[in-house]
Design a protein around this ligand. Structure first.
Ligand code: NAD
Ligand code: USQ
Length: 404
């Protein structure tokens, strides 16, 4: 297949592009390097050093003999999106290219607006381009388990059968997302479902849980093929953060009681799930949802697993939760559709944790302890970033002075 990976310079997009290329697909990647820009803005960096996209692609060609086409541009630029699809003529588009941090979207009004415009407009441009260039293109869109929130009933895969006053229908599962970022994914899902209905597009919405891990079979072939690894308070995700904290002797930062429970998966399973979705496209006009995670854990459980896996002494600290979220709740979410297609999950074992801790240990000198603290407070509409002098704080101050 010809597969275009949008956001192909990011944490997940890059290893997915390599994986699909290695499996014999013709791959192109699209990126506007927004993610690298957020690092400059926040004054942080990936724990694992990463090469520029063009260098990565060159090294991949040297290592594998396979070419990956690159397109540098922004999905919010509609002519760029249409031109790229016209040139590359994909059978499938895998769409990772969004602002993906919940805390980043909650910094202040500018960051909330940026997140929703970037994500919703980018996806809308993509839907129009697919409809106009070739409606048979399969859109594989990265959504999030966070679209559902934490209801007090079982979570289904996208749809729920409801009987109301004697009548029954299958309807989209209710959404109760927990940040302006997670909300952007809900808006995307509605737009995609609508486009499938009116234009006969085909799409798979992959409601992915929290990903952990850094190495994949392709990225370990050469150090210059490494993907990024975020551990800071804004972009770092929970288990990756806990591993960095353990290695540098920082207490593990559990927010609140730690009863928050989430679906999780190994980065290697992200590759497999995306490939399974591409290999098994939906019918024309079909909008389907797969819940893409393999296990669920509470934050406290994750912290305890890291304490057990790390050979040294590790403490757990309970911080006031900077987010507005339920700290104790029911959580049971269906995730059978990818298993039915043949997914064989990598479950979170002490071996997986040890290899992740070993990656962190290799780069421990690059950790900036200041970057670890949570700095974004959900309850505040003004920026609460404490990194004085950072680009982001400057950005927020600029906004304040403009308002003034
Ligand atoms: P990432 O930020 O590392 O990668 C996203 C890439 O998209 C970046 O390289 C960025 O520069 C690019 N991008 C953003 N906006 C763009 C635009 N308008 N035009 C072109 N390129 C743009 O994020 P990630 O962790 O790789 O996540 C990828 C996707 O998977 C996101 O949509 C995210 O919401 C989803 N997801 C991630 C996780 C996770 O744990 N990392 C979990 C569930 C879902
Ligand atoms: N948490 C802590 N301590 C920390 C960091 C996080 O207790 O140091 C808690 C948070 O309060 C939250 C949970 O851990 O309850 C998960 O936080 P996270 O930052 O790991 O994940 P989240 O904000 O949900 O976002 C990440 C990705 C996002 C993706 C989402 C999948 O950044 O792109 O959509 O995971 S899901 O959680 O299923 O919505």
């Amino acid at each position: 297949m010809r597969i275009l990976v949008l956001g192909g310079d990011g944490y997940l997009g890059w290893p997915v592009a390599l994986h699909l290329s290695g499996r014999g697909h013709e791959v192109g990647v699209v990126d506007n390097f927004a993610r690298r820009q957020y690092d400059y803005e926040m004054g942080v960096d990936s724990l694992v050093p990463i090469k520029h996209l063009q260098q990565r692609v060159r090294v991949w060609e040297e290592v594998s003999g396979l070419r990956i086409a690159t397109y540098v541009g922004d999905l919010t630029d509609a002519p760029f999106v249409r031109k790229t699809l016209t040139e590359f003529r994909p059978d499938a588009v895998v769409h990772f290219a969004e602002q993906r941090s919940a805390p980043y979207s909650m910094i202040d009004q500018n960051h909330a607006v940026y997140t929703q415009v970037n994500n919703v407009v980018g996806t809308l441009n993509l839907l129009y381009a697919i409809a106009e260039v070739d409606p048979a293109i399969h859109l594989v869109k990265l959504g999030t388990m966070g679209e559902y929130g934490t209801p007090n009933i079982d979570i289904e895969e996208g749809f729920i059968e409801i009987t109301h006053r004697g009548r029954t229908d299958v309807l989209p599962y209710p959404k109760q997302p927990g940040s302006f970022y997670h909300l952007s994914k809900v808006h995307d899902s509605h737009n995609i479902m609508f486009a499938c209905r009116i234009w006969g597009l085909r799409s798979t919405d992959l409601n992915q849980g929290i990903v952990y891990g850094q190495e994949t079979p392709e990225t370990v072939l050469h150090p210059d093929l490494a993907t990024r690894f975020d551990y800071d308070g804004v972009f770092g995700t929970v288990l990756n953060r806990f591993c960095v904290q353990a290695v540098i002797g920082h207490p593990l930062t559990v927010y609140g009681s730690g009863g928050q429970t989430r679906g999780m998966l190994d980065i290697r399973d992200t590759l497999a799930c995306v490939e399974l979705a591409c290999d098994n496209p939906p019918e024309a006009g079909e909008y389907r949802v797969f819940n893409q995670f393999t296990e669920s854990f509470s934050v406290q459980q994750l912290a305890e697993m890291v304490v057990d896996a790390y050979p040294g002494n590790v403490e757990i600290v309970h911080l006031d939760d900077p987010r507005v979220e339920k700290q104790e709740h029911y959580y049971r979410a269906a995730h059978t559709k990818l298993l039915d297609l043949g997914l064989v999950p990598h479950l979170l074992s002490s071996r997986t944790l040890s290899s992740l801790l070993a990656v962190v240990d290799r780069f421990r000198d690059r950790v900036d302890p200041v970057a670890i603290e949570p700095t974004v407070e959900w309850r505040s509409t003004a920026s609460t970033l404490r990194t004085a002098g950072s680009g982001a704080a400057g950005h927020a101050r600029e906004a304040e002075s403009t308002d003034a």
